[in-house]
Ligand binder design. Structure first.
Ligand code: ZN
Ligand code: ZN
Ligand code: FE
Length: 765
């Protein structure tokens, strides 16, 4: 006989881990007990040596679907001769430091009950168990226990209570457990706030079938839903939401339905069906069965599968897919409070399908695409948050406040980083409130008080100002592209050093100029700028990002001077505006210089006639990627040379070659393909030079431009063929939504041992 104490860290609370241990012990005839504690779960187990070994192996191998084990330690104890196995109560003060799980899609067992007429939860829209259901969005405090969730107002009925206390039940300690007798209920309201008679669900389905717009309260906020196969309904939603072109996400009834309108690879299928249920960007079928208005002029469509029981019921039989778009006006965060939703969505929604389980924390849908065999997150939110990200090493606790666009914040504890949900663009009161709320909630959930605040160098970012107003805490400014580099390194478990190829729209440079096409050499502590795109003016500053034709003109002037070639791509631009911008460029008025890669994409998109005016940032670049002919792989000429120790990429020969291509009638798709190939070849040559000078063989790719799967794939291929180790993102977005992670790591490393003690929460997961 042997007896061992086994300590397990990770996501092991609120996910059915203790009943799993209990049942495993019963099956293998192991004696002892299991208990939740501050780090996760502690087990004492006694059995024959071989049995005990099998037990320990199964603790990892057979864990429940939502559990994640980051550490398992065991130590020998004297045998006690105990019999039986027990689940011990956790002491109230002890569950605190464990991790809160992310929200998870309804599981197969619950789905089976949902559609089983004999089950007491038949067609109950809030069915859940320890393997599935709401978590992060309903937690109001810690420890994670029913009174500290928005289920506090729903006392369990005797049947639910019995399940809750039965270690053999799937609902043992399932905090959101509920049934039709004791749990939340649906109501359907008209646009003017009257509660409508009849079965709310059936009535809502009926309205949707007639082409109405229904606001649906979900897990992390409200969606606006319409029948995705009804062009008139989708058009009307665009009109009311004042959204011209940005694609809408759809929710398909099931996996087979997705395949009727989109191409799904095996990996994409797995991503779609994962418990996180992100929106996945998929290529449309040639014969697109949904309304063209869903994703106009787009080769791809964002698709998710139902993740709440309510979604399954809504999509049960009447629709191939519903448009399910975040209920907000453009650029505002998703609406999640009932009164707020009613107010903000009046004039948009024809009806409101709501329920009385409050959403405590807002969380938008996450957005992902497959890049080879790895998922690339473009927005990390519901389903992923607040999952911790392992850091390469322990550090003092840092609050990093992120950048301006696609803001997220990050709080570290020990050797883990916790990113907030996507908060949006910090440019209005709504998002700013969401930002301060998220910081407060992260601190409370993690029971961690930051010792350091990290921020971007841009003095005008609201996040930077917030950081500098924190008074007593030491602050660390982290250069934007260095933060991108550190973010990519640390999610890959690396601290560097590496070559950072950081391509994005714009970020504030260490020298006060605008950067965005950068080669860095550095690690998670410091960096040096070793190369960049040649500077060109951004005529009109911020306007240049919304009007790609301005960048095209800027690049043409830089390339040809006064003697501009005649191109049809400016035909839609008012002559007067064109003249003014030309003058501004000539005089250098209101045209800050930038080394941006994103703006080069815009310029080329405009030159090729893809788009001269964008309705959202990055639209032109996205369309350029979609246009590209993958078989056009021969690069255009470009300039790349050392100047005063700095590697300078000069796109002017490239611009000239593209103009000649256009004039000679080369196919636009081929031009777009060759443009991508040119950048990839340029990166390869640049990295070869930097490897020779710096002796670095690892390259990290980060920045919003690397959401471009084609470019990322081409760059990776060329670098790997040249023997480089290439690091890319898969846990956090390459865009500014992932930047807080890098800020936190850089600040933590800089401040380690400098006037700040080792993190007082050091050590746990
Ligand atoms: Zn379940
Ligand atoms: Zn009940
Ligand atoms: Fe950036």
């Amino acid at each position: 006989m042997r007896r061992q104490r086994i300590i397990i860290e990770g996501i092991v609370q609120g996910v059915g881990y203790r009943p799993f241990v209990f049942q495993l012990a019963a099956r293998l005839q192991v004696a002892g007990w299991v208990r939740n504690d501050s780090r996760g779960v502690t087990i004492e187990a006694e059995a024959e040596a071989a049995v005990l070994a099998a037990f320990v192996a199964a603790l990892q191998a057979e864990k429940p679907p939502l559990a994640a084990i980051t550490r398992l330690d065991s130590s020998e104890l004297p045998i006690s001769g105990a019999r039986g196995f027990a689940i011990l109560e956790s002491r109230a003060d002890q569950a605190a430091r464990a991790q809160i799980p992310a929200d998870a899609a309804v599981c197969d067992n619950c789905l089976a009950e949902l559609f089983n007429p004999a089950d007491r939860r038949y067609r109950y829209p809030f069915i859940n168990c320890t393997d599935c259901g709401p978590r992060f969005t309903i937690v109001t405090g810690i420890p994670y226990d029913r009174p500290q969730t928005t289920m506090a107002g729903f006392p369990l009925c005797p049947s639910c209570l019995a399940e809750y206390h039965d270690p053999a039940s799937r609902r043992f300690h399932a905090q959101p457990n509920a049934c039709p007798a004791c749990g939340p209920r649906l109501t359907l309201f008209s646009a003017d706030g009257r509660s409508l008679p009849g079965d709310p669900l059936a009535e809502a389905v009926c309205l949707l079938g007639e082409g109405a717009i229904v606001a649906v309260k979900g897990l992390g906020g409200y969606h606006l839903a319409v029948d995705a196969a009804n062009p008139a309904a989708v058009r009307e939603l665009r009109r009311r939401k004042r959204r011209d072109e940005k694609p809408f996400a759809v929710m398909a009834a099931d996996f087979d339905s997705v395949e009727q309108f989109a191409l799904v690879s095996q990996n994409e299928g797995r991503l779609l069906q994962g418990v996180e249920r992100p929106i996945v960007l998929l290529e449309k079928q040639a014969d697109f069965l949904l309304a063209e208005e869903v994703a106009p002029q787009n080769r791809t469509v964002g698709v998710m599968l139902p993740y709440t029981p309510l979604h399954h019921l809504l999509l049960e039989k009447d629709f191939l897919a519903l448009v399910m778009t975040s209920a907000n006006l453009s650029d505002e965060p998703i609406a999640y409070l009932d009164d707020e939703a009613r107010l903000r969505l009046s004039g948009i929604a024809d009806a409101f399908l709501i329920h009385d389980r409050p959403i405590h924390t807002r969380a938008d849908d996450s957005v992902a695409r497959m890049l080879g065999d790895r998922a690339l997150l473009m927005r990390r939110s519901r389903g992923y948050v607040p999952r911790g990200i392992a850091l390469p090493e322990k550090q003092p606790s840092v609050l990093a406040v992120g950048a301006e666009l696609k803001n997220t914040v990050c709080l570290t504890r020990g050797d883990r980083a916790f990113m907030s949900q996507h908060l949006g663009d910090l440019q209005n009161v709504e998002t700013h409130m969401a930002f301060t709320t998220a910081i407060r909630q992260l601190r409370a959930l993690l029971e961690t008080t930051p010792e350091i605040v990290a921020h971007d160098l841009h003095p005008d970012y609201l996040a930077t100002r917030y950081a500098l107003e924190q008074g007593a805490l030491p602050t660390v400014g982290v250069q934007h592209h260095h933060a991108h580099l550190a973010s990519c390194l640390s999610e890959n478990g690396s601290t560097g050093p590496a070559i950072g190829v950081i391509f994005d729209g714009l970020g504030y440079g260490a020298d006060g100029t605008l950067w965005g096409g950068e080669f860095l050499a550095g690690d998670c502590r410091a960096f040096e700028r070793v190369g960049h795109f040649r500077y060109v003016p951004l005529p009109g500053g911020d306007l240049a990002a919304r009007q790609p034709w301005r960048m095209a003109l800027s690049y043409l002037v830089a390339t040809y001077g006064e003697d501009l070639p005649t191109l049809s791509c400016f035909s839609a631009v008012p002559a007067e505006e064109f003249g003014l911008v030309r003058q501004a460029l000539a005089k250098g008025v209101n045209a800050p210089l930038a080394s941006s890669c994103g703006r080069l994409f815009d310029a080329v998109a405009a030159l090729l006639g893809v788009r001269s005016v964008a309705s959202f940032e990055g639209q032109a670049a996205m369309e350029l990627e979609m246009l590209a002919d993958l078989s056009a792989t021969s690069p255009y000429p470009f300039g790349l040379k050392m100047e005063n120790g700095m590697l300078l990429f000069d796109p002017r020969p490239l611009v000239r070659a593209i103009v000649e291509s256009i004039s000679s009638g080369e196919d636009r798709a081929r031009c777009a393909g060759r443009f991508h190939a040119t950048l990839a070849e340029m990166v390869r040559q640049a990295c070869l030079v930097l490897r020779a000078r710096r002796n670095l063989n690892t390259v990290a790719l980060s920045g919003g431009v690397f959401q471009n799967a084609l470019l990322t794939t081409l760059v990776r291929e060329r670098l790997e063929r040249a023997g480089f180790t290439v690091l890319t993102h898969s846990l956090v977005p390459p865009n500014d939504g992932g930047i807080a992670l890098g800020q936190a790591v850089v600040a933590g490393r800089r401040m380690r041992g400098v006037a700040v003690g080792e993190g007082r929460d050091g050590g746990e997961a």
